[in-house]
Design a protein around this ligand. Structure first.
Ligand SMILES: [Zn+2]
Length: 258
């Protein structure tokens, strides 16, 4: 058996309509783009690990139950197949097979299926966990308590750290106070950075533009530079979190990305 991370799968989780300036500060305001949502499945020798938990599957049938009053504003294109439970089944797994979940941050489009994972550690930065439960009002809307107020076993991180052989978290604040990215090195040596919403679009990286939706624009900018530097140093490919062009070109589950 391969030690560490053997394979990586991208589990598609629906599409959002979003203003480009939400991802790229002050760029193309009023221009709506399609943004994919996905989870990442890491097949690890200690058991499968998930990064991020997409959209609340209740939203397929009952958007108001899933997203409250905001259901009128946000209209995700979400099918029953986009449910992480269905995506796991497609590769022969169930929720209980998952040994660990890593959340890049606790916004609604990354915690939708969190309530199903009460059996395994949920790795999140302490600053993020703290902020999600008591966010500053001007950026509170993306934190939906019905997504994360569940009896799950949070494993709180204080900055960078190894979470399993071949898998590290890197603290990348800016979009949120305790945002983290995930560095994965496969057993065959190839490396990837899953930056979450530190780098939602490839353009954030290539044009060095912070997000519009931030708690701290300077930190967002610095996190982009930090990840770029690490990707060069470690020869790691950065996979942006919400970039349709990148997403369409990638191999997606049930095919492995790598
Ligand atoms: Zn997001």
């Amino acid at each position: 058996m391969t030690m560490g991370v053997g394979k990586i799968y991208i589990l598609p989780g629906g599409l959002l309509d979003i203003d480009r300036s939400i991802f790229l500060s002050s760029v193309d305001m009023g221009q709506t783009i399609k943004a994919p949502v996905y989870s990442v499945l890491l097949m690890h020798s200690q058991g499968p690990i998930l990064i991020d938990l997409g959209l609340n599957p209740d939203g397929v049938k009952d958007p108001t139950r899933a997203w409250g009053a905001r259901a009128k504003l946000i209209k995700p294109q979400l099918s029953e197949d986009d449910d992480v439970r269905v995506r796991l089944r497609e590769v022969g797994l169930s929720i209980l097979d998952i040994k660990m979940v890593i959340l890049t941050h606790m916004h609604w489009d990354h915690t939708g299926a969190l309530r199903f994972f009460t059996h395994c550690p949920i790795v999140v930065q302490r600053d993020e966990h703290r902020f999600a439960f008591s966010p500053d009002p001007f950026i509170s809307a993306p934190y939906m308590p019905n997504h994360f107020q569940h009896p799950v076993n949070y494993k709180l991180m204080d900055g960078d750290g190894l979470v399993a052989p071949g898998i590290s978290v890197i603290k990348t604040p800016g979009h949120t106070p305790g945002h983290q990215s995930v560095l994965v090195r496969l057993a065959d040596g190839k490396a990837y950075i899953f930056p979450g919403d530190a780098i939602p679009l490839m353009e954030n990286l290539t044009r060095k533009i912070p997000l519009g939706n931030v708690c701290n624009a300077k930190q967002s900018f610095e996190s982009i530079y930090r990840l770029e530097h690490l990707s060069h140093l470690l020869d790691a490919t950065i996979i942006p979190s919400h970039d349709l062009t990148v997403f369409e070109k990638m191999d997606k589950s049930p095919r492995a990305l790598a």
